[in-house]
Design a binder for this molecule. Structure first.
Ligand code: ZN
Length: 334
């Protein structure tokens, strides 16, 4: 028998509003197997989506067993990352607006169906933890992560440990206020960072500028005049092609994010800030002005101690981090 046949695996699952991603990893993290993605189909409701998650995990387990010759007993457990707020101790997703869930006992549902130990954690915490374990924040001790998609998720690693706070609410960076009387946010507050710099906010700001017809832009032609079809990606693509309106929007986004990151530097003094999600497709057009804004706003020693970098695990940070969270919660360490 080869040594592989004695390896033990943990399954990571990343539940998003659009896709469910799952994969198998060895406990030491050195091998990733069968990372795959299926549509969430949120309209199926909580039980229906949980069914899809269970089916996907069973497929990953079956294929991993076939490829490596390990037995089912070589699977130690399942780490699940899900949109929050959630109650880790009870294993319950309290509210997930993008999924339409309320008080759903996701951890126990997975555990009952799979007969494997299961842990639950916030998806953005997992993405940050994944980047810390195996991605752009590797080697960091104090790490702040931002995941920019439909919303802005955040995660904090303090002294090498994922920080959850008093009631699992830590790291909600997207809902920190950057403008007292600013834009209305989905959370009910006004002026949240997410209301300015999330992918959906970028698209909204682009529509507002274009409706006012300020400046020449290629964006209306790119969406055949249908402004409702403008996405953040449209803006990045136009910016890359030299569109000045799009570049202005990317620069504003960088300034909003820079203000948010400067706040985090002054609070946490991290060695690494990792920014993941589609917005990183804007590349230097985003990161150069973002770092400049941070320099303007945060204390010098905090700025000099930090690297602000794009994530390096697109598509898999959540899965890797869900495995890491399982290790920390269930096995008691990394
Ligand atoms: Zn908010």
């Amino acid at each position: 028998m080869s040594s592989h046949e004695h390896q033990q695996f943990i399954i990571g699952v990343d539940l998003g509003g659009t896709n469910i991603v799952a994969g198998a990893m060895t406990v030491d993290g050195t091998r990733h197997l069968n990372i795959r993605s299926i549509p969430t189909n949120a309209s199926l409701g909580d039980e229906g989506v949980a069914d899809r998650m269970v089916t996907l995990v069973e497929e990953v387990i079956r294929d991993t067993m076939q490829q490596t010759g390990v037995e089912r007993s070589d699977f130690v457990g399942v780490g699940v990352g899900a949109p929050g707020p959630l109650d880790r101790e009870k294993g319950i997703v309290l509210v997930a607006p993008n999924l339409g869930w309320q008080n759903f006992p996701l951890r126990d549902r997975m555990h009952d169906r799979l007969s494997l130990p299961t842990t639950l954690d916030n998806d953005a915490n997992c993405a940050t933890f994944g980047e810390w374990w195996q991605g752009a924040a590797r080697g960091g001790r104090n790490v702040v992560g931002l995941t920019i998609g439909t919303g802005i998720g955040g995660g904090l690693i303090l002294n090498g440990v994922l920080y959850h706070g008093a009631s699992d609410m830590a790291g909600e960076i997207g809902h920190t206020t950057i403008d007292l009387n600013g834009r209305h946010c989905k959370c009910g507050n006004y002026g949240c960072l997410e209301a300015y710099a999330s992918a959906s906010a970028i698209a909204t700001r682009a529509r507002e500028v274009l409706v006012r017809e300020e400046g020449e832009s290629s964006i209306p032609a790119m969406v055949h005049g249908r402004f409702e079809d403008i996405t953040a990606q449209t803006v990045y693509d136009a910016a890359k092609a030299g569109d000045s309106v799009a570049n202005e929007i990317v620069r504003d986004t960088a300034r909003y994010l820079g203000a948010g990151v400067a706040n985090l530097l002054n609070i946490f003094n991290p060695d690494t800030v990792v920014i993941a999600g589609g917005v990183t497709a804007a590349g230097d057009a985003l990161f150069v002005p973002l770092r400049a804004e941070v320099r303007r706003r945060a204390f010098g020693p905090a700025v000099r101690a930090v690297k602000i970098v794009p994530g390096t695990l697109p598509g898999s940070a959540g899965v890797v981090g869900a495995v890491a969270s399982f290790k920390q919660q269930y096995l008691g360490g990394m």
